[in-house]
Ligand binder design. Structure first.
Ligand code: MRU
Length: 371
């Protein structure tokens, strides 16, 4: 058994004396650890859009805190005035990144909670304060639940790995991408704790380099053995060495189990199929979009081509090079061995096995199987 430090967090909420969200600036990692203080929802929205904070579950949590900030960043004379302001703050936050469904999930959950709080509130100043407190509590609950889901998913996923496993992962799905511990990286962490991991193969993840800059940083902090590879080395290594499984996170999973994730994930899944290697996706159920049946309908974020033609401020292409930057791709469910969630494992993913995760009996079973 290995003991892990689990010291990394992507953001921290401070309630008193003044409500603030501190975001660890991931654009500067791994070279510098700088925290950005956010005191209003616009600063939070900018941090999400500019990718100072990234990773679907982290984006959801931070957006929830953004709404909690919106509720206190001005003086409101009535609950209705607060509602009007929070509604437009929600619109601002919703426009930041289109693929990560956790963003919309968290905003909807906060707005639903606000509607309930309003229905129960009176009309005076006391009511405004009560609603502000309720919104903050709900954001903290979203954070706590995400963390608990990651630990649970870690146990369910680690059980699928063999002993002495070599595991390939793509992008960053650790504490930096979530409330803590991680989804796919959380499964790897739990498996490492159980003594099951020989080494992790870390795809560098062009163009934003989440693997090289963030996953390698998290793994080295925890002392988990890893090798960093460029994305185009995965095929050669799968052909010539033992790779036991690949595991990735997700930004949105369709109702039938197609997995949208960082660009390059689909390629990893195709390689796994060719080499007979299991390909797993680990994500909380807040990443499953039951309203979207087919993966083809998931919106794919197109980011600036400068992130392709440049590394930091250094140009790696001729001036004026025509480039593309779809930031995500969709892996069809046929290539996914299983989707691992905190409510159980959908194996193989399908309309039926995904729907099963949301049935109460399945949830009880998943809870029991991790004890
Ligand atoms: O563009 P990013 O860095 O936000 O993309 C992150 C990913 O693709 C992750 O794999 C995904 O959000 C799952 S994170 C637990």
């Amino acid at each position: 058994m290995h003991k892990l430090k689990d010291s990394v967090r992507a953001f921290r909420w401070v309630s008193k004396p003044k409500k603030k969200l501190f975001v660890l600036d991931q654009l500067l990692l791994p070279n510098k650890e700088k925290w950005i203080p956010c005191v209003n929802h616009k600063q939070v929205a900018a941090c999400i859009k500019d990718m100072n904070v990234r990773g679907a579950p982290a984006i959801g949590c931070v957006a929830a805190y953004g709404l909690a900030l919106a509720a206190v960043e001005k003086k409101f004379n009535s609950p209705d005035a607060l509602l009007a302001y929070v509604v437009q703050a929600k619109e601002t936050l919703a426009k930041t990144r289109p693929t990560a469904v956790n963003l919309f999930w968290a905003l909807e959950r906060m707005m639903g909670f606000l509607a309930l709080a309003l229905a129960q509130a009176g009309s005076g100043k006391d009511s405004v304060q009560k609603i502000q407190k309720n919104l903050e509590d709900e954001a903290v609950r979203i954070f706590d639940e995400d963390l608990a889901a990651n630990f649970h998913m870690g146990k369910l996923g680690a059980a699928l790995f063999p002993n002495n496993a070599v595991i390939l992962t793509h992008c960053n799905t650790g504490s930096l991408a979530t409330s803590g511990w991680g989804t796919a990286l959380g499964v790897i962490r739990t498996a490492y704790q159980l003594g099951k991991i020989k080494k992790v193969l870390v795809d560098e993840t062009r163009p934003y380099l989440q693997g090289a800059r963030l996953t390698a940083w998290e793994l080295s902090k925890d002392g988990i053995p890893y090798e960093l590879i460029t994305d185009n080395m995965a095929a050669h290594i799968m052909k010539t060495e033992k790779v036991d499984a690949a595991i990735v996170g997700s930004d949105r999973i369709s109702a039938q189990g197609d997995v949208a994730n960082k660009i390059g994930t689909y390629g990893v899944a195709v390689l796994c199929k060719h080499h007979g290697i299991p390909f797993y996706a680990a994500a909380p159920t807040s990443t499953i979009d039951l309203k979207m049946k087919r993966g083809e309908d998931i919106p794919i974020e197109e980011r600036s081509v400068r992130e392709v033609t440049h590394i930091k401020n250094f140009s790696i292409a001729p001036a004026g090079a025509v480039a593309r930057h779809p930031a995500f791709d969709v892996t069809p469910r046929e290539l996914v061995t299983a989707v691992i969630t905190e409510k159980g494992v959908a194996r193989p993913p399908s309309l039926e096995t995904i729907a099963q995760l949301f049935r109460p009996a399945a949830q009880k079973q998943a809870a029991l199987s991790s004890i």
